[in-house]
Design a protein around this ligand. Structure first.
Ligand SMILES: Nc1nc2c(ncn2[C@@H]2O[C@H](COP(=O)(O)OP(=O)(O)OP(=O)(O)O)[C@@H](O)[C@H]2O)c(=O)[nH]1
Ligand SMILES: [Mg+2]
Length: 428
């Protein structure tokens, strides 16, 4: 056993980095027991059970449900989708499966009506929305004060089986657009559906064509991991077989003295689990038996991480300041809070100013109106006085006229009386 001694009293800084700097290899003198940690982990995981979620994207009637039934050797509930739906819908069903002691909560999500619309421009949207919604649900659970992640039913999509129609030509633009939109959100495993309908040589060319189209369009499909040396050879060989050409069938046919799952034709039998007939076994091996855990891990560490990062950045959280100094969540929160309060204060001030301006405006308007009223009143008073003056004048003139008329009338009367008296005197 080797032990280094350090007599220097550690400073605070050194204390912080002390764990890394001082970690030393020690040999144990006897059995301690922490070598059971992996077993403890396995037992705990087995007791907890596992969740796995598969999304099947593909045109109506391409054999999605049949392949799922074939892969899990069971009969999931499914019904034929009509071809006249106005848009794409997603249909999720969850099942509890058990094999030996291992419980698996499996969710199968199917696209319904995919590829059936005349305008397929928005076909990818419901799929992207569904995937994002599952990420969002997980993020919300993670951000809760009282989290229950150990009992949380994780519905994030771990694998997306993308069903390509066995045309033998090339990928449709719908396939390329959809895969491009999904590749940063989910592990895509492309499969050529109903591969029994295409000849061997055509299939070979078709596979090469598909892969080159995916590469030239920058579509990232899931690569089986090659870093773990126990499976690196198998996985790298399988990466070379992508996209898997699959055949599904729940029908059993007698071959020799064994019943095998197959599709029977007038000219022969296509055996689902025969590697010379199709890649079904390869798909099952890769998806379920070798890389299920990696698919779950990649979903969490790559796709969910990206969603989480974008979402938190959108909300204004950052890890480093513009000066490249680390910022804690609390600092960001405090800064955001101060910013928010300042904004509120600013808004309040602005509103107060606007209020004051409005009051002033109203006041001056009222004053102006009052002034106008006064002016009108004064004018009316003046007009009234003028009118009165005029009327007085007219009355005076009238009175003068009446007086002069009366005088004239009296004069006339006096004159006529005089004339009468004079006339009588002459007659006599
Ligand atoms: N030739 C061939 N036919 C298949 C294969 N898989 C399924 N079929 C047939 O294709 C038809 C549709 O299969 P489904 O599994 O219902 O297809 P689906 O994609 O789930 O259809 P929807 O859910 O209605 O969109 C059925 O008649 C199947 O028997 C296959 O690998 N090869
Ligand atoms: Mg179906």
């Amino acid at each position: 056993m080797t032990m280094e001694s350090d007599n220097h009293a550690p400073t605070d800084d050194r204390q912080n980095s002390v764990d890394d700097a001082r970690s030393r290899d020690l040999r144990l003198s006897g059995h301690v027991g922490f070598d059971s940690l992996p077993d403890q982990l396995v037992n705990k995981s087995v007791a907890q059970g596992f969740s796995f979620n598969i999304l099947c994207v593909g045109e109506t009637g391409l054999g999605k449900s049949t392949l799922m039934d074939t892969l899990f050797n069971t009969q999931f509930e499914s019904s034929q989708a009509p071809h006249n739906l106005p848009g794409v819908k997603l249909n999720a069903s969850t099942y509890e499966l058990q094999e030996s002691q291992v419980r698996l909560k499996l969710t199968v999500v199917n696209t319904v009506g995919f590829g059936d619309q005349i305008n397929k421009e928005d076909s990818y949207k419901p799929i992207v929305e569904y995937i994002d919604k599952q990420f969002e649900n997980f993020l919300q659970e993670e951000l809760k004060i009282k989290r229950a992640l150990h009992s949380y039913h994780d519905t994030r999509i771990h694998a997306c089986l993308y069903f390509i129609a066995p045309t033998g030509h090339s990928l449709k633009s719908l396939d390329l657009v959809t895969m491009k939109k999904l590749d940063s959100k989910v592990n895509i495993i492309p499969v050529i559906a109903k591969a029994d309908t295409i000849s061997k040589s055509e299939l070979h060319k078709f596979k090469i064509k598909i892969m080159s189209e995916l590469v030239s369009n920058g579509v990232q499909i899931y690569q089986f991991p090659t870093d773990d040396e126990t499976v690196s050879d198998l996985n790298s060989t399988m990466n070379g077989h992508l996209p898997f050409a699959v055949v599904g069938s729940t029908e059993e046919v007698k071959m020799g003295n064994k019943m095998v799952r197959a599709r029977q034709y007038p000219w022969g039998v296509v055996q689902v689990e025969n590697e010379n007939h199709c890649d079904f076994v390869k798909l099952r091996e890769m998806l379920i038996r070798t890389n299920m855990e990696d698919l779950i891990e990649q979903t969490h560490t790559r796709h969910y991480e990206l969603y989480r990062r974008c979402k938190l950045e959108e909300m204004g959280f950052v890890d480093t300041s513009p000066e490249n100094k680390p910022i804690s969540l609390q600092q960001t929160y405090e800064a955001k809070r101060t910013e928010h309060l300042q904004m509120l204060q600013q808004k309040e001030d602005e509103m107060r100013q606007i209020f004051v301006v409005r009051v002033k405006e109203k006041e001056s308007q009222l004053k102006h109106m009052e002034k106008e009223l006064h002016e009108r009143f004064d004018k009316l008073k003046r007009d009234h006085a003028d009118e009165k003056k005029q009327l007085d004048e007219q009355r005076r003139q009238l009175e003068d006229e009446i007086n002069s008329f009366n005088r004239k009338k009296q004069q006339a009367q006096e004159d006529s009386q005089q004339a009468q008296t004079l006339g009588k005197g002459k007659k006599k």
